[in-house]
Design a protein around this ligand. Sequence first.
Ligand code: 2AM
Ligand code: CA
Ligand code: CA
Ligand code: CA
Length: 263
Amino acid sequence: MKDYTWDYVYDKAVQLVHEAGDRIRSSMSEVRKVETKSHVNDLVTDMDRAIETFFAERVQATFPTHHFLGEEGAGHNLDVSSGTLWVLDPIDGTVNFVHQQSFFAISLAVFHEGTGKIGIVYDVMRDEIFTAQHGKGAFRNNEKLPQLKSRPFSETILSFNAGWILKDRSLEQLIVDCRGVRSYGVAALEMAYVACGRLDAYLSYNLAPWDIAAGMIILEEVGGRYMTLEGEELTLDGKTTLLAAEHGTYEGVLDRMARSQTY
Ligand code: 2AM
Ligand code: CA
Ligand code: CA
Ligand code: CA
């Protein structure tokens, strides 16, 4: 078994993400094969699968002892807490990829014995990359991101899927009290946006490990918080709700949700 420094693994991971991004950009004009998965709005394309295969093969060739988990089928029974595990969402925001040809991301995380070591979220069409290495800070296009600062709730921008308002009335007070609500439909990038201060909080109800793994590692490095909406720790062993936010906004969101009436 070979030992690698984390700087080496990080450089390789960033290189693979850029290479995958180039592949996607250079075939944007090709017609995609689009299929549905769990329901009509849950899409997958041949590109999602091709990018996952690209990563799986390259990781296996470069780091034969590492494990690999991807949304489109690779290693779904793997455990985050043992060994070194790469967690990939080849295209986060597939609906945006198909309908808008923009606002989608590659999300890649590397865990070692349960600790998040590397997080990368790459906005392919904007060529904007968010990266973090455990204990070494988070970066946007290689520029270090500052620690998050609180702002009055009346000045916050929140992000969540509009459809959830129909299911959870406790979101109403948030909409009344914040400055604005956005809905991007790309969870990994929305977490990165919280980390760089473009958003103050991101809420979601149904996310998988590959949606949130990289964003968690990036947020950690700027002092952001992430928990389930029920206030429990994220475990990365299945579908979860999520509240990712700057500390002050985090409390502000939970207070308002607790005070509001729910069906
Ligand atoms: P995806 O594009 O990789 O599927 C908005 O839909 C966000 O929620 C996206 O980040 C999307 O990731 C994620 N998501 C998780 N589960 C989903 C599902 N079953 N259907 C659609 N989006 C899902
Ligand atoms: Ca998907
Ligand atoms: Ca996703
Ligand atoms: Ca995906």
